[in-house]
Design a protein around this ligand. Structure first.
Ligand code: NAP
Length: 333
Protein backbone atom coordinates (compact mmCIF):
# COMPACT_ATOMS: atom_id res chain seq x y z
CA UNK A 1 0.00 0.00 0.00
CA UNK A 2 1.14 3.54 -0.80
CA UNK A 3 0.50 6.52 1.41
CA UNK A 4 -2.69 6.03 3.39
CA UNK A 5 -5.16 8.86 3.55
CA UNK A 6 -8.12 8.39 5.86
CA UNK A 7 -11.60 8.56 4.36
CA UNK A 8 -12.93 12.11 4.59
CA UNK A 9 -16.38 10.81 5.56
CA UNK A 10 -15.06 8.57 8.34
CA UNK A 11 -17.23 10.13 11.03
CA UNK A 12 -20.45 10.12 9.01
CA UNK A 13 -21.71 6.69 10.06
CA UNK A 14 -20.29 6.25 13.55
CA UNK A 15 -22.06 7.04 16.79
CA UNK A 16 -20.21 7.85 19.98
CA UNK A 17 -21.20 7.32 23.60
CA UNK A 18 -19.82 9.15 26.61
CA UNK A 19 -17.57 6.96 28.71
CA UNK A 20 -19.04 7.18 32.20
CA UNK A 21 -18.75 10.66 33.70
CA UNK A 22 -15.65 11.60 31.68
CA UNK A 23 -14.82 13.86 28.80
CA UNK A 24 -14.15 10.92 26.49
CA UNK A 25 -16.62 9.54 23.98
CA UNK A 26 -15.99 6.13 22.47
CA UNK A 27 -17.34 4.71 19.23
CA UNK A 28 -20.25 2.32 19.70
CA UNK A 29 -18.04 -0.30 18.06
CA UNK A 30 -14.32 -0.56 18.86
CA UNK A 31 -11.77 -3.02 17.46
CA UNK A 32 -9.67 -5.41 19.54
CA UNK A 33 -6.35 -6.93 18.49
CA UNK A 34 -6.35 -10.05 20.68
CA UNK A 35 -6.43 -12.36 17.64
CA UNK A 36 -5.61 -11.84 13.94
CA UNK A 37 -2.85 -9.23 14.33
CA UNK A 38 0.02 -11.28 15.77
CA UNK A 39 3.31 -12.40 14.29
CA UNK A 40 1.62 -15.54 12.94
CA UNK A 41 -1.06 -13.60 11.04
CA UNK A 42 -1.09 -11.95 7.61
CA UNK A 43 0.25 -8.41 7.99
CA UNK A 44 -1.48 -7.15 4.86
CA UNK A 45 -4.85 -8.44 6.05
CA UNK A 46 -4.27 -6.88 9.47
CA UNK A 47 -3.36 -3.59 7.85
CA UNK A 48 -6.52 -3.66 5.71
CA UNK A 49 -8.73 -4.32 8.74
CA UNK A 50 -7.22 -1.56 10.88
CA UNK A 51 -7.24 1.10 8.19
CA UNK A 52 -10.76 0.15 7.14
CA UNK A 53 -11.86 0.38 10.76
CA UNK A 54 -10.51 3.91 11.04
CA UNK A 55 -12.08 4.82 7.69
CA UNK A 56 -15.42 3.74 9.18
CA UNK A 57 -15.09 5.90 12.29
CA UNK A 58 -13.63 3.33 14.68
CA UNK A 59 -11.35 5.56 16.71
CA UNK A 60 -10.62 3.06 19.46
CA UNK A 61 -8.16 0.16 19.17
CA UNK A 62 -7.68 -2.16 22.12
CA UNK A 63 -4.46 -4.08 22.81
CA UNK A 64 -2.66 -5.82 25.65
CA UNK A 65 0.99 -6.61 26.30
CA UNK A 66 0.41 -10.33 25.65
CA UNK A 67 -1.66 -10.18 22.43
CA UNK A 68 -0.16 -12.10 19.53
CA UNK A 69 0.95 -14.81 19.29
CA UNK A 70 3.77 -14.52 20.13
CA UNK A 71 3.09 -12.21 23.10
CA UNK A 72 3.92 -8.60 22.24
CA UNK A 73 3.58 -9.09 18.49
CA UNK A 74 0.16 -7.43 18.17
CA UNK A 75 1.57 -4.31 19.82
CA UNK A 76 4.63 -4.46 17.56
CA UNK A 77 2.34 -4.77 14.54
CA UNK A 78 0.28 -1.84 15.73
CA UNK A 79 3.56 0.09 16.11
CA UNK A 80 4.33 -0.43 12.43
CA UNK A 81 0.81 0.78 11.60
CA UNK A 82 1.41 3.90 13.67
CA UNK A 83 4.71 4.53 12.01
CA UNK A 84 3.58 3.81 8.46
CA UNK A 85 0.05 5.16 8.37
CA UNK A 86 -1.54 6.48 11.52
CA UNK A 87 0.98 8.83 13.09
CA UNK A 88 -0.68 11.94 11.67
CA UNK A 89 -4.02 10.75 13.06
CA UNK A 90 -2.69 10.10 16.59
CA UNK A 91 -4.92 12.75 18.15
CA UNK A 92 -8.01 11.11 16.61
CA UNK A 93 -7.22 7.75 18.22
CA UNK A 94 -7.89 6.15 21.59
CA UNK A 95 -5.31 3.38 21.98
CA UNK A 96 -5.45 1.13 25.01
CA UNK A 97 -3.21 -1.56 26.39
CA UNK A 98 -3.10 -3.72 29.49
CA UNK A 99 -0.90 -5.69 31.82
CA UNK A 100 -2.00 -8.43 34.16
CA UNK A 101 -1.29 -11.79 32.52
CA UNK A 102 2.05 -13.59 32.23
CA UNK A 103 4.40 -11.66 29.97
CA UNK A 104 8.01 -12.42 30.87
CA UNK A 105 9.96 -14.92 32.95
CA UNK A 106 10.60 -14.55 36.63
CA UNK A 107 8.50 -13.11 39.44
CA UNK A 108 8.04 -9.60 37.97
CA UNK A 109 6.33 -10.37 34.67
CA UNK A 110 2.79 -11.24 35.77
CA UNK A 111 -0.19 -10.18 37.94
CA UNK A 112 -0.36 -6.79 39.63
CA UNK A 113 2.81 -5.46 41.24
CA UNK A 114 3.91 -1.89 40.66
CA UNK A 115 7.19 -3.33 39.33
CA UNK A 116 5.36 -5.34 36.64
CA UNK A 117 2.81 -2.70 35.61
CA UNK A 118 5.24 0.17 35.19
CA UNK A 119 7.83 -1.91 33.31
CA UNK A 120 5.15 -3.44 31.11
CA UNK A 121 3.70 -0.07 30.21
CA UNK A 122 7.17 1.14 29.14
CA UNK A 123 7.60 -1.98 27.01
CA UNK A 124 4.19 -1.51 25.39
CA UNK A 125 4.97 2.10 24.49
CA UNK A 126 8.25 1.03 22.88
CA UNK A 127 6.56 -1.73 20.86
CA UNK A 128 3.73 0.53 19.71
CA UNK A 129 6.07 3.45 19.03
CA UNK A 130 3.92 5.73 21.16
CA UNK A 131 4.74 8.46 23.66
CA UNK A 132 1.65 7.56 25.69
CA UNK A 133 -1.38 5.28 25.58
CA UNK A 134 -4.83 6.71 26.05
CA UNK A 135 -5.98 4.00 28.44
CA UNK A 136 -3.82 1.69 30.55
CA UNK A 137 -5.64 -1.22 32.19
CA UNK A 138 -4.97 -3.68 34.91
CA UNK A 139 -6.00 -6.79 32.97
CA UNK A 140 -7.23 -9.01 35.82
CA UNK A 141 -7.42 -8.82 39.60
CA UNK A 142 -4.40 -10.10 41.54
CA UNK A 143 -5.45 -11.91 44.72
CA UNK A 144 -1.99 -11.54 46.33
CA UNK A 145 -0.97 -7.93 45.70
CA UNK A 146 -2.59 -5.19 47.79
CA UNK A 147 -5.09 -3.35 45.62
CA UNK A 148 -3.55 -0.08 46.86
CA UNK A 149 -0.26 -1.07 45.21
CA UNK A 150 -1.85 -2.00 41.88
CA UNK A 151 -4.05 1.09 41.75
CA UNK A 152 -1.09 3.19 42.90
CA UNK A 153 0.84 1.90 39.90
CA UNK A 154 -2.00 2.94 37.57
CA UNK A 155 -2.02 6.39 39.16
CA UNK A 156 1.76 6.63 38.74
CA UNK A 157 1.55 5.61 35.07
CA UNK A 158 -0.79 8.54 34.46
CA UNK A 159 1.21 11.02 36.53
CA UNK A 160 4.40 10.09 34.71
CA UNK A 161 2.77 10.78 31.34
CA UNK A 162 2.71 7.21 30.06
CA UNK A 163 -1.12 7.07 29.96
CA UNK A 164 -3.97 9.58 29.95
CA UNK A 165 -6.59 7.40 31.66
CA UNK A 166 -6.76 4.11 33.49
CA UNK A 167 -9.15 1.18 33.55
CA UNK A 168 -9.71 -2.20 35.12
CA UNK A 169 -10.72 -5.43 33.46
CA UNK A 170 -12.31 -8.64 34.70
CA UNK A 171 -12.87 -7.18 38.19
CA UNK A 172 -16.03 -8.50 39.90
CA UNK A 173 -18.36 -5.92 41.50
CA UNK A 174 -16.94 -5.95 45.04
CA UNK A 175 -13.30 -5.66 43.95
CA UNK A 176 -14.22 -3.15 41.23
CA UNK A 177 -15.90 -0.97 43.86
CA UNK A 178 -12.73 -0.99 45.98
CA UNK A 179 -10.48 -0.25 43.01
CA UNK A 180 -12.70 2.61 41.85
CA UNK A 181 -12.67 4.13 45.36
CA UNK A 182 -8.88 3.90 45.68
CA UNK A 183 -8.35 5.48 42.27
CA UNK A 184 -10.74 8.29 43.11
CA UNK A 185 -8.86 8.99 46.35
CA UNK A 186 -5.60 9.06 44.42
CA UNK A 187 -7.05 11.65 42.03
CA UNK A 188 -6.90 9.42 38.95
CA UNK A 189 -10.50 8.34 38.42
CA UNK A 190 -11.21 4.98 36.82
CA UNK A 191 -12.35 5.75 33.26
CA UNK A 192 -13.63 2.37 32.23
CA UNK A 193 -14.20 -1.28 33.07
CA UNK A 194 -13.58 -3.91 30.36
CA UNK A 195 -15.77 -6.97 30.86
CA UNK A 196 -16.93 -9.97 28.89
CA UNK A 197 -20.59 -9.52 27.95
CA UNK A 198 -22.69 -11.18 25.31
CA UNK A 199 -26.03 -12.92 24.96
CA UNK A 200 -24.22 -16.05 26.16
CA UNK A 201 -22.46 -14.50 29.16
CA UNK A 202 -24.47 -12.00 31.19
CA UNK A 203 -22.55 -11.78 34.46
CA UNK A 204 -22.24 -7.98 34.28
CA UNK A 205 -26.00 -7.73 34.81
CA UNK A 206 -25.52 -9.13 38.28
CA UNK A 207 -24.30 -5.96 40.03
CA UNK A 208 -21.44 -4.71 37.86
CA UNK A 209 -23.50 -2.49 35.53
CA UNK A 210 -25.33 -0.91 38.46
CA UNK A 211 -22.02 -0.18 40.17
CA UNK A 212 -20.46 1.36 37.05
CA UNK A 213 -23.51 3.55 36.44
CA UNK A 214 -23.50 4.72 40.07
CA UNK A 215 -19.76 5.48 39.98
CA UNK A 216 -19.76 7.09 36.53
CA UNK A 217 -17.39 4.52 35.05
CA UNK A 218 -17.78 3.45 31.40
CA UNK A 219 -18.22 -0.15 30.22
CA UNK A 220 -16.54 -1.66 27.18
CA UNK A 221 -17.62 -5.18 26.35
CA UNK A 222 -15.33 -7.88 25.06
CA UNK A 223 -16.14 -11.08 23.18
CA UNK A 224 -19.56 -9.61 22.29
CA UNK A 225 -20.01 -12.29 19.63
CA UNK A 226 -18.85 -15.03 22.01
CA UNK A 227 -15.74 -15.37 19.82
CA UNK A 228 -17.86 -16.08 16.75
CA UNK A 229 -20.59 -18.32 18.19
CA UNK A 230 -23.08 -15.45 17.84
CA UNK A 231 -22.52 -15.14 14.10
CA UNK A 232 -23.41 -17.24 11.09
CA UNK A 233 -20.10 -19.13 11.37
CA UNK A 234 -21.16 -22.25 13.29
CA UNK A 235 -24.94 -22.45 12.81
CA UNK A 236 -24.80 -25.74 10.89
CA UNK A 237 -22.59 -27.36 13.54
CA UNK A 238 -19.51 -27.48 11.31
CA UNK A 239 -16.18 -25.89 12.18
CA UNK A 240 -14.95 -23.91 9.16
CA UNK A 241 -11.24 -24.15 8.32
CA UNK A 242 -9.37 -21.16 9.71
CA UNK A 243 -12.10 -20.20 12.20
CA UNK A 244 -11.28 -19.57 15.85
CA UNK A 245 -12.96 -22.83 16.84
CA UNK A 246 -10.75 -24.69 14.34
CA UNK A 247 -7.71 -23.48 16.30
CA UNK A 248 -9.36 -24.85 19.43
CA UNK A 249 -7.37 -22.97 22.08
CA UNK A 250 -9.79 -20.24 23.14
CA UNK A 251 -13.02 -21.34 21.49
CA UNK A 252 -13.40 -25.07 21.89
CA UNK A 253 -15.46 -26.96 19.27
CA UNK A 254 -17.08 -28.93 22.11
CA UNK A 255 -19.19 -25.83 22.84
CA UNK A 256 -21.14 -26.67 19.69
CA UNK A 257 -23.52 -29.05 21.47
CA UNK A 258 -26.95 -29.80 19.95
CA UNK A 259 -28.52 -27.59 22.65
CA UNK A 260 -26.18 -24.69 21.87
CA UNK A 261 -26.84 -25.04 18.15
CA UNK A 262 -30.60 -25.00 18.79
CA UNK A 263 -30.22 -21.81 20.79
CA UNK A 264 -27.99 -20.10 18.23
CA UNK A 265 -30.36 -21.04 15.41
CA UNK A 266 -33.37 -19.74 17.35
CA UNK A 267 -31.53 -16.44 17.83
CA UNK A 268 -30.65 -16.44 14.16
CA UNK A 269 -34.35 -16.83 13.32
CA UNK A 270 -35.08 -13.60 15.21
CA UNK A 271 -32.36 -11.88 13.16
CA UNK A 272 -33.57 -13.29 9.83
CA UNK A 273 -37.15 -12.22 10.59
CA UNK A 274 -35.95 -8.62 10.70
CA UNK A 275 -33.73 -9.00 7.64
CA UNK A 276 -30.51 -8.89 9.66
CA UNK A 277 -27.73 -11.30 10.66
CA UNK A 278 -27.12 -12.88 14.02
CA UNK A 279 -23.89 -10.89 14.51
CA UNK A 280 -25.72 -7.67 13.88
CA UNK A 281 -28.50 -8.52 16.32
CA UNK A 282 -26.01 -9.69 18.98
CA UNK A 283 -24.32 -6.27 18.89
CA UNK A 284 -27.62 -4.37 18.83
CA UNK A 285 -28.68 -6.38 21.85
CA UNK A 286 -25.64 -5.13 23.81
CA UNK A 287 -26.22 -1.55 22.70
CA UNK A 288 -29.86 -1.73 23.94
CA UNK A 289 -28.48 -0.74 27.36
CA UNK A 290 -27.24 2.83 27.48
CA UNK A 291 -24.68 1.79 30.10
CA UNK A 292 -22.82 -0.12 27.36
CA UNK A 293 -20.29 2.48 26.23
CA UNK A 294 -18.67 0.48 23.43
CA UNK A 295 -18.87 -3.01 21.95
CA UNK A 296 -15.34 -4.33 21.48
CA UNK A 297 -15.39 -6.71 18.52
CA UNK A 298 -12.71 -8.82 16.91
CA UNK A 299 -12.58 -9.49 13.17
CA UNK A 300 -10.48 -11.68 10.93
CA UNK A 301 -11.53 -9.88 7.72
CA UNK A 302 -12.80 -6.55 6.47
CA UNK A 303 -16.06 -8.27 5.48
CA UNK A 304 -16.67 -9.40 9.08
CA UNK A 305 -15.99 -5.93 10.38
CA UNK A 306 -18.40 -4.42 7.86
CA UNK A 307 -21.07 -6.91 8.84
CA UNK A 308 -20.59 -5.99 12.48
CA UNK A 309 -20.76 -2.28 11.69
CA UNK A 310 -24.20 -2.84 10.15
CA UNK A 311 -25.38 -3.20 13.74
CA UNK A 312 -25.29 0.59 13.91
CA UNK A 313 -27.87 0.82 11.14
CA UNK A 314 -31.59 0.03 11.06
CA UNK A 315 -34.11 -0.02 13.88
CA UNK A 316 -33.18 -1.01 17.43
CA UNK A 317 -34.62 -4.26 18.73
CA UNK A 318 -38.31 -3.93 19.62
CA UNK A 319 -39.77 -4.85 23.00
CA UNK A 320 -41.33 -7.88 21.35
CA UNK A 321 -38.01 -9.02 19.87
CA UNK A 322 -36.21 -8.44 23.18
CA UNK A 323 -38.81 -10.62 24.92
CA UNK A 324 -38.36 -13.35 22.32
CA UNK A 325 -34.59 -13.21 22.76
CA UNK A 326 -35.00 -13.43 26.54
CA UNK A 327 -37.01 -16.64 26.16
CA UNK A 328 -34.39 -18.12 23.83
CA UNK A 329 -31.55 -17.18 26.18
CA UNK A 330 -33.27 -19.14 28.94
CA UNK A 331 -32.95 -22.31 26.84
CA UNK A 332 -30.27 -24.75 28.05
CA UNK A 333 -26.95 -24.81 26.20
N1 NAP B 1 -9.94 -7.84 28.88
C1 NAP B 1 -9.91 -9.11 28.58
O1 NAP B 1 -9.64 -9.98 29.41
C2 NAP B 1 -10.22 -9.52 27.17
C3 NAP B 1 -10.43 -10.88 26.85
C4 NAP B 1 -10.77 -11.20 25.53
C5 NAP B 1 -10.89 -10.19 24.58
N2 NAP B 1 -10.64 -8.89 24.92
C6 NAP B 1 -10.73 -7.80 23.92
O2 NAP B 1 -11.92 -7.91 23.18
C7 NAP B 1 -11.65 -7.99 21.79
C8 NAP B 1 -12.69 -8.80 21.11
O3 NAP B 1 -12.73 -10.13 21.65
P1 NAP B 1 -13.12 -11.33 20.71
O4 NAP B 1 -12.18 -11.38 19.56
O5 NAP B 1 -13.30 -12.53 21.55
O6 NAP B 1 -14.56 -10.78 20.18
P2 NAP B 1 -15.73 -11.38 19.32
O7 NAP B 1 -16.20 -10.22 18.49
O8 NAP B 1 -16.72 -12.05 20.21
O9 NAP B 1 -15.10 -12.50 18.39
C9 NAP B 1 -14.33 -12.14 17.28
C10 NAP B 1 -14.16 -13.33 16.35
O10 NAP B 1 -15.44 -13.80 15.90
C11 NAP B 1 -15.40 -14.05 14.51
N3 NAP B 1 -16.26 -13.03 13.86
C12 NAP B 1 -16.33 -11.71 14.15
N4 NAP B 1 -17.25 -11.10 13.37
C13 NAP B 1 -17.78 -12.06 12.59
C14 NAP B 1 -18.78 -12.06 11.60
N5 NAP B 1 -19.41 -10.93 11.27
N6 NAP B 1 -19.09 -13.25 11.01
C15 NAP B 1 -18.44 -14.39 11.34
N7 NAP B 1 -17.48 -14.45 12.29
C16 NAP B 1 -17.14 -13.29 12.90
C17 NAP B 1 -13.94 -13.93 14.08
O11 NAP B 1 -13.30 -15.17 14.32
P3 NAP B 1 -12.76 -16.15 13.17
O12 NAP B 1 -13.01 -15.51 11.84
O13 NAP B 1 -11.33 -16.30 13.48
O14 NAP B 1 -13.53 -17.42 13.37
C18 NAP B 1 -13.43 -12.92 15.09
O15 NAP B 1 -12.04 -12.94 15.24
C19 NAP B 1 -10.24 -8.58 21.76
O16 NAP B 1 -9.57 -8.34 20.55
C20 NAP B 1 -9.59 -7.85 22.91
O17 NAP B 1 -9.25 -6.54 22.52
C21 NAP B 1 -10.33 -8.55 26.19
Amino acid sequence: MGVYKADDSRYAGMKFRRCGRSGIRLPEISLGLWHNFGGVDSASRGEDIILHAFDRGITHFDLANNYGPPPGSAEAFFGTMMEKHLKIYRDELIISTKAGYGMWDGPYGDWGSRKYLVASCEQSLARMKLDYVDIFYHHRPDPDTPLEETMGALDYVVRSGKALYVGISNYRPAEAAKAIAILRDLGTPCLIHQARYSMLDRWVEDGLYDLLAKEGVGAILFSPLAQGLLTGRYLDGGVPAGSRASRGQFLKPDRLTPAMLAKLNALNDVAVARGETLARVAIKWLLRDERSTSVLVGASSVAQLDENLLALEGAPLSADELAKIETILAMPE
